[in-house]
Write a protein that binds this ligand. Sequence first.
Ligand code: NAD
Ligand code: DAU
Length: 333
Amino acid sequence: MRILVTGGAGFIGSNYLLMMADKYPGDCFINVDSLTYAGNLKNLISLEDRLNYIFYKVDICDSAALEAIFQKEKPDAIIHFAAESHVDRSIENPLIFAETNVLGTINLINYACRYGVSRYVQVSTDEVYGSLGREGLFTENTPLMPNSPYSASKASADCFVRAAVETYGLNASITRCSNNYGPYQFPEKLIPLMIWRAIENMPLPLYGDGLNIRDWLYVDDHCRAIDTVLRQGQAGEVYNVGGNNERTNLEIVKEVLRILNKSDSLIQFVTDRPGHDRRYAIDSSKIKRHLNWVPNTNFWDGIGKTVQWYLNNERWWREIISGEYQSYYSDMY
Ligand code: NAD
Ligand code: DAU
């Protein structure tokens, strides 16, 4: 299979490519990424000489460049990771989220249909469902109620994918996963942010009361779920993916501090995120029942491995935080 992967230089896309290029030496992986602040080719150095890996620095909103890739590479399948992914940035600048996440997705779908791509996976998020109260889980039938510009753009993209299935017969499925963590996550997201700031003995900014809940999944488990949906999922179906690992943000940060042997006094409660969703929790029974996917990594192993990865790869994150990212955060705190 020739698989066009968008956003392969980002956090989940990199983990996906590193895992799958090894697992499927007979498949070819065509990575299309515009290398925004979140895309980092250093993640993929080990793939550079591989015969089953190709990279294009192309924006998915650039129709001509994207069409040229379809003409040359003739992909059989698409996995669409590319997105603006950070909620706080979407509050500052919603427009780029509409451009990449909505218009970019429409562009991709257009060429997928025109060039007869036989399989398409839209990598979406549980945030499209909005926020839960104390009880209940998101199922695939939960209504879409996005609360941030980021989740609004992802929900909109999901609707265009659905429309392409119904209108053009595109063989597409949508995955909606909860919060991922693991190696190569950009250091603006909660877990890597808290790890590097704790290493640096800097204050750890917890929004609001720190009691918002996320459902954490180790990135390798998400990558295997996407691969399973690519190969076995049904057209028009949505698959929720989660780790059954609900934690408050405060619990997460305390665990990071415990592993690093640092004091809780580094925690600093700061002004809440506007529109901050209180609780996410995923019901993954459909993908487990229909496609036999199960998560392999328990949270305590996963968080330990993740902290160790950031300790072992200081150079990776130091190069990032010394650049644009630093000025973004110095504007906020
Ligand atoms: P990320 O921000 O780490 O990576 C995004 C990648 O997309 C980067 O490599 C970036 O350069 C690329 N990109 C952005 N705009 C582009 C454009 N216009 N054209 C081409 N490439 C572009 O994101 P991530 O955390 O790896 O998330 C990947 C996907 O998974 C996103 O669609 C996100 O919505 C979804 N998702 C993420 C999580 C999570 O916890 N991180 C959970 C569920 C779903
Ligand atoms: O649920 C899936 C989503 O998870 C993905 O679709 C998004 O792309 C991904 O960014 C993530 O969104 P969140 O907003 O949940 O992740 P983030 O790491 O930004 O924040 C996690 C929680 O931690 C959230 O409740 C906000 C809080 N937080 C975050 C940061 C960056 C803090 O308290 N302090 C912080 O500095």
